[in-house]
Design a protein around this ligand. Structure first.
Ligand SMILES: Nc1ncnc2c1ncn2[C@@H]1O[C@H](COP(=O)(O)OP(=O)(O)OP(=O)(O)O)[C@@H](O)[C@H]1O
Ligand SMILES: [Mg+2]
Length: 344
C-alpha cells in the first residue's frame, strides 16, 4: 500500500493512518514509503517517504524490519531509542511491505519506576518503627519481672514508636489520596469556606509547647480573616507541616513568623524561620516524597520526608502554589498562595 497512485481506497486508508495516535511506518525494499504524523513526531521528520532503513537511528529497529521483510514473520520488541522506551511491532502486509507500529512507553515506565521506588521507600520507613516496637515488646516481657521502673519507661517508648508508625501510615494515606486528587481533579464536592487565619491560630496554639521546648518563639502576624475554599483537614495539614518544619529546623533562641496577606494572586501564607536554611540544590528536591536534606537530624525528630510533598500536593489540589526562599544559616521562608474564596 503506497499513499500515491490515486486509488480512492488507498487514499482513505492513508487518511485513517494519518489520524492515528500510534506511530506507523511502512517500508518497501528497505526504504520508507509512508510515515504518519505520529511517526514523524516520535522518530523525527527525516522518517519520510524515500528514507533508508538506517534513518531509523536504531540497528535493532532496522534489523526487525529486515527480518520481517525476509521471513514474513511478525515481531514484537522493546527498543530504547534517543532516550525513549518504545514498544515496537512489525508485520508483513499483503502487498509485500513491512508495517512498523511504535508506541512510546517512556512515561509509563517512568511512572512504574516511581511506584516501585515509592513502595521500596515506604516499606523501608515502616520497618524502623516496627522493628523498634518488636524489640521493645520483647524486652518489656523481661523487664516486667525484674525491674518495674524500666518496664514503665519501655511502655512510654513503645507508645512513641507506635505513634510514629501511625503518623507514617496517615501520611502515606494522605499522600496517596492527594496524588489522586491531582490526577483526577475530583473530591471538590465536600469543599467548604475555610478561614486560614483561624487555621493558623489553632495550629500555632497547638505547637506552642513544642516550640517552647526547643527555645523557639512563635510570632503571629495575622490580623484579618483570609477565607479560601477547600478541604479543611488538608488546609490544616498544610499549615501544620510548614509551622512544624519551621520550628524543627530552627535553632534555640530562634523565631518562626507566620504572616497572612492578600496579593493579586490570592491569599498568601508565609512561614518564615531563622533556622538552618536549605542549600540551593536541595531546594528543588525537598518537595519530593522521602527527601530529607539532613537525614540524621530529620530522623531524630521522627521525620520521614513526606511532610512537604503532602503540602505541595494539597496546595496544588486547591489551585495554589508553593515557593521557598532560603539562606543557609539564616533561615527559610515558605510562601503558599491560594485563590481567595470570592474568586471562585
Ligand atoms: N523550614 C525548614 N528549614 C530548613 N530545612 C527544612 C525546612 N523545612 C523542611 N526542610 C528540609 O526539607 C526536608 C523535607 O521536609 P519534610 O517536611 O517533607 O520532611 P521531614 O520534616 O523530614 O519529615 P516529616 O514527614 O515528618 O515532615 C526536611 O528533612 C529538611 O531537611
Ligand atoms: Mg516535616
Amino acid at each position: 500500500m503506497s499513499p500515491d497512485g490515486g486509488d480512492p481506497g488507498r487514499e482513505r486508508l492513508v487518511e485513517v493512518l494519518d489520524s492515528l495516535p500510534a506511530a506507523v511506518v511502512l517500508f518497501h525494499d528497505g526504504a520508507v514509503v509512508y510515515a504518519n504524523p505520529a511517526a514523524a513526531a516520535l522518530l523525527g521528520a527525516e522518517i519520510a517517504a524515500g528514507a533508508p532503513l538506517d534513518a531509523l537511528g536504531s540497528p535493532e529497529l532496522a534489523d526487525a524490519v529486515r527480518e520481517t521483510a525476509e521471513t514474513g514473520r511478525a515481531l514484537g520488541i522493546d527498543v530504547a531509542r534517543a532516550g525513549r522506551q518504545l514498544a515496537v511491532r512489525t508485520a508483513a502486509t499483503a502487498g509485500g511491505e513491512v508495517a512498523l507500529t511504535l508506541s512510546d512507553l517512556t512515561e509509563l515506565r517512568r511512572v512504574e519506576a516511581l511506584r516501585r521506588d515509592f513502595v521500596t521507600n515506604a516499606s523501608h520507613e515502616l520497618k524502623t518503627p516496627v522493628a523498634g516496637i518488636q524489640a521493645l515488646a520483647e524486652s518489656l516481657e523481661l523487664a516486667m519481672q525484674r525491674s518495674p521502673d524500666r518496664a514503665a519507661s519501655m511502655v512510654t517508648r513503645l507508645q512513641v514508636e507506635a505513634q510514629r508508625l501511625s503518623q507514617l501510615v496517615r501520611d502515606l494515606l494522605d499522600l496517596t489520596r492527594l496524588e489522586d486528587v491531582d490526577a483526577t481533579g475530583v473530591a471538590q464536592e465536600r469543599w467548604q469556606r475555610v478561614d486560614l487565619a483561624e487555621v493558623a491560630a489553632v495550629q500555632m496554639e497547638r505547637l506552642a509547647a513544642y516550640a517552647e521546648g526547643l527555645g523557639v518563639t512563635l510570632v503571629s502576624e495575622i490580623d484579618a480573616p483570609a477565607v479560601v475554599v477547600g478541604n479543611p483537614s488538608d488546609l490544616r495539614v498544610v499549615v501544620a507541616n510548614l509551622v512544624e518544619n519551621a520550628i524543627q529546623y530552627n535553632r534555640p533562641g530562634g523565631e518562626v513568623r507566620v504572616t497572612l496577606s492578600r496579593s493579586d494572586a490570592g491569599v498568601v501564607l508565609e512561614v518564615a524561620d531563622t533556622g538552618v536554611g536549605i542549600p540551593e540544590p536541595d531546594r528543588q528536591r525537598i518537595f519530593e516524597r522521602f527527601y530529607r536534606v539532613d537525614k540524621a537530624r530529620s530522623r531524630l525528630a521522627g521525620g520521614t520526608g513526606l511532610g512537604l510533598s503532602i503540602v505541595r500536593h494539597a496546595v496544588e489540589a486547591h489551585g495554589g502554589q508553593i515557593t521557598v526562599d532560603s539562606a543557609v544559616g539564616e533561615g527559610s521562608i515558605f510562601r503558599v498562595t491560594l485563590p481567595v474564596a470570592s474568586d471562585r
